[in-house]
Write a protein that binds this ligand. Structure first.
Ligand code: AMP
Length: 216
């Protein structure tokens, strides 16, 4: 199964991604996670990416596309993968299409999680993530049993640097201007599944699984 997960910041992509990769046993490739790991490790890529991420802007394509195409040629992606946060604009999607054609790989589905713009800021600002296992929570809608502690592994929860109100608003605007056109792009390829993201976490997941079918 080769999937792209699409949706604005705060749509619940991270939460659903965890369930999808677990069910379909495919690697989760998140460009945001790759950049955050590089920032933590202080690499050159991390330093460059941080300048853009702190402002809620997209990291330039020349730093991003190669990362993904290199990753999906690795052995563990032979039977499938899930891209989360990539592509983020039409140019990235075109680069990906060219690469997939050259390597004889076809995408199965683009899962597009739809959430009204008005509620996205609150969703992203309330997000908390486990430092150890990456599980995501929301202070209001999906809170951990114990404040600040992960239910799964007892790790410490943190808030992403770019999940403050100002940066989230900018990221939503960037999504509307640059990423949303991908909905039309993939609709015209006939592989998009639009999912109502304003339902319970469980119902959103059920709709995604129905859209993907049970093929592995
Ligand atoms: P995410 O974790 O997907 O919300 O991404 C966090 C930030 O990483 C974004 O706001 C961008 O600054 C950067 N980023 C992640 N994926 C991409 C991408 N495909 N292209 C450009 N920038 C990206």
């Amino acid at each position: 199964m080769r999937i792209i997960l699409l949706g604005p910041p705060g749509a619940g992509k991270g939460t659903q991604a965890a369930g999808i990769v677990d069910k379909y046993k495919i690697p989760h490739i998140s460009t945001g996670d790759i950049f955050r790991k590089n920032i933590k490790e202080g690499t050159d890529l991390g330093k460059k990416a941080k300048e853009y991420m702190d402002q809620g802007l997209l990291v330039p394509d020349e730093l991003t596309v190669g990362l993904v195409t290199d990753r999906i040629t690795q052995d563990d992606c032979k039977n499938g993968f899930m891209l989360d946060g990539f592509p983020r604009n039409v140019s990235q999607a075109q680069h990906l299409d060219t690469f997939l054609k050259e390597t004889n790989i076809a995408l199965d589905k683009v899962v597009n999680i739809e959430v009204d713009k008005e509620i996205l800021v609150g969703r992203a600002v309330g997000r908390r993530i486990c430092k150890s296992c990456g599980a995501t929570y929301h202070v209001e809608f999906n809170s951990p049993k114990e404040d600040g502690i992960c239910d799964v592994c007892q790790g410490e929860l943190y808030q992403r640097a770019d999940d403050n109100e100002e940066t989230v608003s900018k990221r939503i605007q960037v999504y509307l201007d640059e990423t949303k056109p991908l909905v039309d792009y993939y609709s015209s390829q006939g592989i998009i599944a639009n999912i109502n993201g304003q339902q319970s976490i469980e119902k959103v997941f059920e709709d995604i699984v129905n859209a993907l079918g049970c093929e592995k």
